[in-house]
Design a protein around this ligand. Structure first.
Ligand code: PMP
Length: 389
């Protein structure tokens, strides 16, 4: 019997089947709120203007594609650093590297934690991005799930979050999404972040902050507030950063892992470990997306255009959320949420009826991407959802 014969069939990603079924549906007016990418009013996921311009510069100026090191494009890392930390930059206590997307950063962060503390406990609010649990599992970390979201109020259940985190012990980890929570859109407000930061500091918990949508909630600065508030209260933290949404880079797999250590010496040691882990995982990250993002960030005019494009995306998301609430007050709580995702309190059977009777596509979890809606179809969407509820 061959080595690989021991494998068993794995279920496909549930979103892939939603995407496939949507494509195959011939009905005009069909609505895809399943796929997790930004869409314009015209239903497109365009390359940013600033990105096209940066790519043109890159094409013109790049003289070699010789290897970079496992840290990737250091200029990219350094240019992104002030976007994340702002005035709260911890200086020589910062370490990190470019990674293949936010996923690569999360995986590397989990491996670093597992290396330092095999089997460490990770407190994880649920529901969460479906890739969080398998990443933690692959690295042998132990998951302590707690309730993050109340589907009735469509908001964070802060007291349950505080209580869960307050039961953590020194050496535990808390994986927290900083903004535009996937899949609920329910973010912590500043007061809640302050309380979380105090608890993490008091309990000696290492925050693992997932920042995959900076700029898509309220703005680049406001969206980093959670990071900066937490850093006031803890000596060390890990931040898994994705540029795939806020630079529209998706398939270019662009991200970074930022670490903050208690001392400069601890940062140097941690840095040598993430480099070794990266070498064993992917040797070095893909260059193109990070190089182009660096060109944007280092050029004031391109950076200004990038910020304007982010503001346009944000405005469209906010106006769709407001429209949902204006059409039907039952959707009003969605206007208080951030980012592309919300989770509607729908059963798998209701999701099936939306698909079969109304050609509306979403995964069984009831997660919707509000950027899949347009001024032209949002009313039909609301009516259909209400009719199956
Ligand atoms: N964290 C969250 C919460 C996400 O939603 C995503 C992407 N969907 C990621 C991390 C990873 O992003 P990337 O595509 O850059 O790997």
């Amino acid at each position: 019997i061959g080595t690989l014969d021991a494998l068993t069939l794995q279920p496909p990603d549930p979103l892939l089947s939603v995407i496939g079924a949507f494509r195959a549906d011939p009905r005009p007016g069909k609505i895809d709120v399943g796929v997790g990418v930004f869409r314009t009013e015209a239903g497109e996921t365009p390359v940013f203007r600033s990105m096209k311009a940066a790519e043109a510069v890159l094409l013109e100026t790049q003289r070699t594609k010789a290897y970079l090191g496992p840290e990737g494009d250091i200029g990219f890392f350094e240019a992104l650093r002030p976007v994340v930390f702002g005035a709260a930059d911890p200086g020589a206590r910062v370490f990190g590297l470019q990674t293949p997307g936010g996923t690569g950063a999360l995986r590397l962060a989990a491996e670093l934690i597992a290396l330092a503390r095999p089997g460490a406990r990770v407190f994880l609010g649920t529901p969460t991005w479906p890739n969080h649990p398998p990443i933690l599992k692959k690295t042998g970390l132990q998951q302590i799930p707690y309730r993050h979201f109340d589907p009735q109020t469509q908001a964070v259940c802060a007291d349950q979050v505080f209580e869960a985190l307050d039961s953590a012990q020194a050496g535990d980890v808390a994986l927290l999404q900083v903004c535009c929570h996937n899949p609920t859109g329910a973010d912590f407000n500043l007061e809640q972040w302050r309380e979380i930061a105090r608890i993490l500091g008091r309990r000696g918990v290492l925050p693992l902050l997932d920042l995959a949508y900076q700029g898509l909630a309220e703005g680049l600065e406001a969206d980093a507030a959670g990071v900066r508030i937490v850093l006031e209260q803890v000596p060390a933290a890990l931040i898994a950063y994705s540029c795939d949404k806020n630079f529209g880079l998706y398939r270019e797999r662009t991200g970074a892992l930022f670490g903050v250590a208690a001392t400069g010496e601890a940062a140097r040691i941690a840095h040598s470990n993430v480099l070794a882990l990266a070498r064993a995982a992917w040797s070095m990250p893909p260059d193109h997306g990070a190089a182009a993002a660096r060109i944007i960030l280092e050029d004031p005019a391109l950076a200004a255009d990038w910020r304007a494009e982010l503001a346009e995306m944000r405005d469209r998301i906010v106006s769709m959320r407001e429209l949902l609430g204006m059409i039907d007050p039952a959707f009003a709580p969605l206007a208080r949420q951030h980012g592309m995702f919300s989770t509607l309190p729908l059963s798998p059977d209701q999701v099936r009826r939306l698909r079969e009777e109304f050609a509306i596509y979403m995964p069984n979890s009831g997660r919707i991407n509000v950027a899949g809606l347009t001024r032209g179809n949002v009313e039909a969407f609301v009516r259909a959802v209400r009719s199956v509820m």
